[in-house]
Design a protein. Sequence first.
Length: 659
Amino acid sequence: MNSPTTEIQKLVLKRVVIEAVEPEVDCGRFAIKRTVGERVVVQADIFADGHEVLGAVLRYRPCSEAGWQESAMDPLDNDRWRGEFRVEKLGSYVYTFRAWVDAFRTWSRNLLKKAEAGDNVSLDLLTGVGLMRSAAARARAADARRLLEIASEFETLSGADGGSAVERIQDDELTALVSRYPDPGAATTYSKELRVVVDREKARFSAWYEMFPRSCTSEQTRHGTFRDCLERLDYVARMRFDVLYFPPIHPIGRTGRKGKNNSVQLSPDDTGSPWAIGAAEGGHKAIDPRLGTLDDFKQLQAKARGLGIELALDLAFQCSPDHPYVKAHREWFRHRPDGTIQYAQNPPKKYEDIYPFDFENESSGELCEELKTVVEYWVEQGIRIFRVDNPHTKPFSFWEWLIEEVRRDHPDVIFLAEAFTRPKVMYRLAKLGFTQSYTYFTWKNRKSELTEYFTELTQTPIREFFRPNLWPNTPDILNEYLQNGGRPAFIARLILAGTLGANYGIYGPAFELLENRPLQPGSEEYLDSEKYQIRVWPLDRPDSLRDLIARVNGIRRENAALQSDWSLRFHPVDNDQLIAYSKSTEDGSEIILMIVNLDPRYTQSGWVQIPLHEFRLDPDLPFQVDDLLSGAHFQWQGARNYVELNPAGIPAHILKVRR
């Protein structure tokens, strides 16, 4: 057992302080997020008592490996240090810091000062010899031999030619060699190992298309099938989407089934809501027989994969009254005083066709394990992307456990949180493991709202864990802006979603066919909502936005600047109906500038001010900007340039800056 004297001696040796680490989410409780190939750039305050020179390294490793890799950290100013590393594989990494008083660099700095002052440095040179020999004792064989050779040379030079020794000290190779082997007993290691969750590229950059497979039909009375969806795949591929998301594909219950427009009055052909999951034919691991079989689904998957499209499924953890779980496990549901099971409610809305799970029952562990098998089943069928319905209505701890369990064996699985709720709840879901998150973009329509919100998402520590996925519409949300703005509003929201966010999606064909009829004034519900009935969509309508959508998605694919979020910057325009912002690649070689008219009714014009220095543009020379949407070319000069956008055409520019 160590004596108190020994313990304080150890503490005194560790003189360096490491604090104010960034990024560090909730004091290290949660991981930051990256995709394969991205950098992790970190900073920390690193300092010690006294005036010695410090050394510091950033230590990192994949969680699957035991050995640490190290990257030297560089001092900035005011005791702030910076380091970085790249994540090269899926899964998780950990990183931490190590810092020490660099005795050799301190010695060489002080010796050079003495030499410049004309002092005798013979004894000081011998001190350096001792430091070299100490480093040799810790070094690898080849480095140890080299250090001992240099130490012997210095012993000779210290007596015969001190001037040559002083000159030799300034050799960067020597300094690096000695500093590579600091005394571990004197080094301070940061008290935490911080985590990085590393996802595949599609977590950072994707374009989603939501479609009800039962509406892949040409007749209102005929239920669409997976075989019908095979033909629709080419249509989706031509618009250049890479994720095709289906609402629940499971059997739909009959008890409490809703009719058209959420009516409680049913007709014989009413198909019900896909979110009322479960019937005699099965539950969450079954397919609605009206859609087809598992073999049909796999055939659809195979064709989609060949077209560069990945299928995503809805993960809705709730049941219809006819779900097999209700009969076999009534304890998994909340009961009313009369013994009946409580259906879902969000007053004034009532969902008589849906029973929510009760995670506070005595069998909640069994319930959680069963729900995990649902995810595992669809992973076995080749699904790697799940859009999770209303995750904020289930316990945080459940999702953290489930996502970690699934990703342990399948780190390529992506979970999108469909949670339109309070910001702190949305952020908590992202922290605990959700790969992507829905946002408030749907309701942000004014310039000030968009600027404030997306600055928060991309330029604050929130960006370390919250990956936004922007949707201008969903089956649940027909925003007032789309209801009243007509075609220009749809175009503006498409371009905003696709360029403000590297991940975005649309609910189609409602979006490209400009569906804007609300159930009633003041409602965000669609009239004749596809949630409750089959819709036949005339895909070849001449006013469809399908070609424009294909163009926007093509621009996104062809320009790396639009494939991430952190470079987003807003720029001044002297008209509040015009919004201007840019994105650039990490090395600044590509700059894309967007200008959007937010007014769907009138032509708007103004002067856009761009940062010439950041764009590496000469204020005295003209430069060209190419509109990737229209193909037009403009010659600009200086920081202020004039734009005019007419909503009758395309109310936006996507400009590539040519130096």
